[in-house]
Every structure is written in C-alpha cells, then in structure tokens.
Design a protein around this ligand. Structure first.
Ligand SMILES: CC(C)(COP(=O)(O)OP(=O)(O)OC[C@H]1O[C@@H](n2cnc3c(N)ncnc32)[C@H](O)[C@@H]1OP(=O)(O)O)[C@@H](O)C(=O)NCCC(=O)NCCS
Length: 149
C-alpha cells in the first residue's frame, strides 16, 4: 500500500518513539519525548509521519533555519524497508524545503551508522567533507547523582 504522509501530532508520540528505538536512533544523551515536544513547538508542519494500513511506518523531522534545511529522525520500520518509504519522505522533505526557498539540505549521519550513507547516495546526496561539531546547551538528562559518601 502507498504510504500516506501527514504531519505528526502529540498523539503519535508513543508509536514514533517505539519506531525510533527499533531503528536505533535513540541515544542515551537525547530524550526522544523532549525532542518531539520541542518539534511540536517549532515548525511542527515539518515533522512528518508516513502511515500504511493505519500504522506509522516512517518518520522525518525536517527543519529550515533560514540558510540550510535539515532532516533528523528519518526512520522506516524494519518490516517496511526497501519499499520506497525512505525515498518518499526524503522527496517530501526536499519539496517542503524548496517551497520555503531553502537552497540546500544538510544531514548528519552518526559514525556508528555509516551503512546508511549508501541510501543517501542513491538519493543524490554527497559527502560535504565537513567536520560536524556540536555543543549541548540544555541537558536532556538530569545530572549524574553525586557519589555516595
Ligand atoms: C535508511 C532508511 C530510512 C531507508 O528507508 P527505506 O524505506 O528502506 O529506503 P527506500 O526503500 O526508500 O530506498 C531508496 C533507495 O535506497 C536504496 N537503499 C535503501 N537502504 C539502503 C542501504 N542500507 N544501502 C544501500 N542502498 C539502500 C534502495 O535500494 C533504494 O534504491 P532505488 O530506489 O534506487 O532502487 C531505513 O533503512 C532506516 O530506517 N534505517 C534505520 C534508521 C536510520 O539509519 N536512519 C537514518 C539516520 S541518518
């Protein structure tokens, strides 16, 4: 069945987090619930889910910062991979960004997930040969408990 693409809502939180966990996208230093909460406040119309047979099978969290577009949390349920859902959501991400005048889409791939690079290359993405640096501004997790006396 062709997936139906729609904007994500708060009601989608649990199935979306389950999909991300199964897809290996949830890491200890990010709280997926907070990530969803924040996205539903900022450009929520760029947070997409793909549905098939009434089930969420794919997600893409898109953003445009006025200079570059970004895609995070691209995920397709393992049982639905290879059916074109990933390509479809990336095409929709590109369409939405172009519609907003965004000239370039950037994305980051964790070094532990280098297998996925071949997927992006199939879609026309190339290595920008840049180093990606980051700095955590708001910790999602409480600080580690102080050591016991
Ligand atoms: C990456 C992912 C989103 C791809 O989704 P998908 O729905 O299986 O991809 P599609 O079926 O749309 O594939 C599109 C094209 O890429 C190719 N492709 C898909 N996965 C591939 C892979 N791992 N390596 C090489 N090619 C791949 C397909 O053969 C297809 O080629 P074609 O249409 O030119 O014949 C999915 O594998 C996934 O959710 N992975 C785990 C989460 C993840 O790593 N997300 C990316 C974080 S940066």
């Amino acid at each position: 069945m062709r997936p139906f693409r729609r904007d994500a809502t708060g009601d989608d939180t649990e199935p979306v987090v389950a999909l991300w966990r199964a897809a290996g996208l949830v890491v200890p230093w990010n709280d997926p619930y907070l990530d969803i909460e924040r996205k539903l406040e900022v450009q929520p119309e760029l947070f997409l889910v793909g549905e098939a047979d009434g089930r969420i099978v794919a997600t893409a969290m898109i953003g445009y910062d006025g200079h570059r577009g970004w895609v995070n949390y691209l995920a397709v349920d393992a049982s639905s991979r290879g059916d074109g859902y990933g390509r479809l959501l990336m095409a929709e991400a590109e369409r939405l960004l172009v519609e907003r005048g965004c000239p370039k889409l950037n994305l980051q791939v964790r070094s532990t997930n280098s297998d996925v690079i071949a997927f992006y290359e199939r879609l026309g993405y190339t290595d920008d040969r840049v180093s990606s640096l980051g700095k955590r501004l708001i910790p999602d997790l409480p600080p580690a408990s102080p050591p016991l006396e």
